[in-house]
Design a protein. Structure first.
Length: 439
């Protein structure tokens, strides 16, 4: 089996970031104060993901026609202050038959005076060693085009190939190379690796009021807003009875009263709506469910089904490698603090069983308390630099005061208490407190 994972997102020059990298684990928890830059970091991953699907830059990042809408701030908002371009990158790990490879993608997108990709490189393994298999050149291209040297494994200089400057070059490579040489096949393999991994990013942003309507039963792939949750759960009930039963048990653990079953009701036109059978209390349809219950059902359904149950978009290529990254902002929204550990356990199970990476943001002390020491390896703290105003990213476990802080209590306790106790020593915790947004 082939597995892929995005190891890091490079925020080289993007929004409030300069020269930062977001490391990604099987479970990544991004924490920090409001306006520290957490959403900007997620936007960097979202931009890479949208471009990997092959759309024009403007259409991918500014279009209001799609369900996702424009990236926050549009193209102009992606550019750091005082610049006319932004630069992003990522590293993808691919594993096959016990072997492990890394592929890097880095791009620079110019926004003014015209929108175009001005630089792109792909670096990865070849039969001749690790190489830059694609690198844009400085030679003048034709109108709307960009030239790139493409690795073909033959002696001498790599040939230059013309690409459309309005689209990610990695996504165009399959239409430019025939794969006639070993080197070309290496190049295509590297491009497919990064495009496949980035296309597998799914940002779940449940909107409860959209989930309270009847939806067509055939609309089974869960969308970003989870508006078609009823159809997705109905499909799970028909096709995956074991997973559906797990969903029912999770719902039962969420409430104080008895839940006999999770039902999918039908209208006269054959459309479907979720309902909870609460025994003597009768059926509670989705239109009467709480925001928290609907959000929980959306999160649980996405985690249980993995990539096969999600709407990853019509432009996603057939992926030879299994890859899914689920992104959820403020996972705790609508949930009681006592349910944090149950939700976190579900996240861990999905990560292990479906090879799904999960990236969440949270402000919840209860959820932070539910993290164990192994989870701390994936906790990343986002903070604004007081001098420059730029956003910085720090691994929690690499902060100088981390060991002493954890000796004083759980991460949730530390954040909830508001300030670490300086137990008779001269250690200064002020920087640790500031980064975590406490004190």
């Amino acid at each position: 089996m082939t597995l892929q994972a995005i190891e890091e997102v490079r925020l080289t020059a993007f929004k409030s970031f300069r020269g930062e990298a977001l490391p990604l684990a099987p479970l990544t928890v991004l924490i920090g104060r409001n306006s520290s830059g957490k959403s900007n970091a997620l936007d960097g991953l979202e931009v890479l993901s949208r471009l990997a699907r092959g759309e024009d830059v403007i259409e991918a990042l500014e279009s209001r026609r799609g369900e996702s809408g424009p990236v926050r701030g549009g193209l102009a908002g992606c550019v750091p202050h005082g610049s006319g371009h932004f630069t992003l990158g990522c590293t993808v790990r691919r594993e096959e038959e016990g072997k492990r490879w890394l592929v890097d993608l880095d791009i620079t997108v110019q926004v003014e005076p015209e929108v175009r990709i001005v630089r792109e490189t792909i670096t990865g393994p070849t039969h001749q060693g690790r190489r830059k298999v694609l690198e844009t050149t400085d030679e003048p291209p034709g109108p709307g085009a960009v030239l790139a040297a493409v690795h073909n494994g033959r002696p001498g200089r790599n040939p230059q190939v013309a690409f459309r400057a309005s689209r990610l070059l990695a996504a165009q490579l399959p239409g430019r190379l025939m794969g006639d040489t070993e080197g070309e096949r290496d190049t295509l393999w590297c491009a497919e690796t990064v495009v496949s991994a980035l296309s597998g990013v799914f940002h779940l942003d449940p909107v409860p009021h959209l989930m309270r309507q009847y939806v067509p039963a055939r609309d089974v792939h869960l969308r970003r807003t989870a508006e078609n949750l009823s159809a997705a759960v109905g499909s799970l009930q028909r096709q995956e009875s074991g997973l559906f039963q797990r969903l029912v048990e999770l719902v039962r653990g969420l409430t104080d009263h008895d839940i006999e079953r999770l039902a999918v009701t039908r209208s006269e036109l054959g459309d479907v709506m979720l309902a909870l059978d609460e025994g003597g209390h009768g059926l509670t349809p989705a239109r009467e469910m709480s925001d928290g219950m609907l959000r929980f059902l959306a999160v649980a359904t996405s985690l249980l089904t993995g990539g096969s149950g999600l709407d990853l978009g019509p432009r996603v290529p057939e992926r030879s490698a299994h890859s899914l990254m689920l992104v959820i902002e403020e996972l705790e929204n609508g949930l009681h603090p006592s349910q944090a550990s149950e939700v976190l356990q579900l996240v861990r199970q999905a990560s292990a069983e479906n090879s799904t990476q999960v990236l969440i943001t949270t402000h919840s002390p209860a959820l932070l308390t539910a993290l164990d020491s192994a989870d701390h390896e994936g906790v990343v703290v986002c903070a604004r630099d007081r001098g420059t105003g730029t956003s910085r990213l720090h691994r929690l476990t690499e902060l100088e005061s981390y060991p002493a802080a954890m000796a004083a209590g759980t991460l949730g306790d530390v954040v909830a208490r508001g300030r670490l106790e300086n137990r008779g020593g001269d250690r200064d915790y002020s920087d640790f407190d500031r980064l975590l947004g406490i004190g």
